[in-house]
Design a protein around this ligand. Structure first.
Ligand code: C2E
Ligand code: CA
Ligand code: CA
Ligand code: CA
Length: 278
């Protein structure tokens, strides 16, 4: 009996090998990436919907591992969340975002850099220490950062998440609801959340030019959001006709491949320079 159990275990291990080995390697390597220099942030421009000008960016994490090669955030972020490593990543992202802000020659105070927080971040007091530390480094940093959180990050433990979001807002940070429309919360529930901005998920924005249904969804979302005093961002704008539709509907900010894919910091700075000299 012991023998067949052993055979089963070794068979079972074999079956899991490829997938689990990769996951374990990712976690092991990612731990080292946090201390080394395999991580970088790309910036995707955020565009003023009316003027078409760059008014900020979203910071998106990229990891090029010496061992594994390029690993996409959709693969390593969920693993980092499960293991708790995400807290270290979030700290790295926010500290790097602060350095980027300090290195920009900003001509006016309207610029903002969005960073992504995960559910795990909102469930731990580490996030409060992190933003305290950032304020120590630059006391007005809250004017430049927008914190993106998903609906799903809040529903895990709404009370805990909301109390930390309130703490952050009391210190002046702006909060944005990312991937809006993919969760199951209604705008009526949004009203009770301490947020400043709503980001309509690209699932509704990409098909906009060819879908009357999505046009109505987006139109009514923008209307209601504005009545709740929320700024509205549309992500996944991939063509000019979507931009024009969003403009007619009074959307505030746009993001998408039509304007720019996520780019290196130096390239983003060049873009700001070019626009300033136009
Ligand atoms: P997200 O926060 O919803 O980020 C937007 C994603 O959409 C980015 O993918 C971006 O490259 C992509 N995108 C932007 N414009 C377009 C467009 O016009 N069309 C299409 N098809 N896609 C567009 P990316 O960089 O691969 O990131 C994927 C996800 O990984 C992010 O989704 C976010 O959930 C997560 N992520 C990335 N960086 C971080 C980070 O620093 N921290 C955390 N917690 N999550 C991150
Ligand atoms: Ca985001
Ligand atoms: Ca999003
Ligand atoms: Ca997403």
């Amino acid at each position: 009996r012991a023998k067949s159990e052993h055979a089963f275990v070794s068979f079972y291990r074999h079956g899991m090998d490829e997938q689990h080995l990769r996951q374990l390697t990712i976690l092991e390597q990612l731990q080292q990436a946090c201390d080394g220099n395999e991580l970088k942030l790309l910036l995707q421009p955020k565009i003023d919907c009316q003027t078409g000008k760059t008014i900020g960016a979203e910071a998106l994490l990229r990891w090029h591992s010496q061992v594994l090669g390029f690993v996409g955030p959709d693969e390593f972020i969920p693993l980092a969340e499960q293991s708790g490593l995400i807290k270290q990543l979030t700290r790295w992202v926010c500290e790097t975002a602060l350095e980027i802000i300090q290195s920009l020659t900003l001509r006016d105070g309207a610029f903002s850099l969005s960073v992504n927080l995960s559910a795990v971040d909102l469930l731990s007091d580490e996030i409060l220490r992190l933003f305290d530390d950032l304020k120590q480094l630059q006391s007005d940093i809250h004017q430049y950062l927008i914190l993106e959180v998903t609906e799903s990050a809040i529903v895990t433990d709404p009370e805990a998440a909301i109390s930390r979001l309130n703490w952050l807002r009391e210190r002046g940070f702006r909060v944005s609801i990312d991937d809006y429309g993919t969760g199951y919360s209604s705008l009526a529930q949004m009203r009770n959340l301490p947020v400043n901005e709503l980001k309509i998920d690209r699932a509704f924005v990409q098909p906009l030019a060819n879908s009357v249904v999505d046009q109505s969804i987006v139109r009514s979302t923008i209307q209601l959001a504005h009545e709740l005093n929320l700024s509205v961002v549309a992500e996944g704008v991939e063509d000019e006709s979507s931009w024009r539709l969003l403009q007619q509907q009074g959307c505030d900010v746009l993001q998408g491949f039509y304007f720019s894919k996520p780019i290196a910091v130096a390239e983003f700075k060049q873009r700001l320079e070019d626009e300033a000299n136009e």
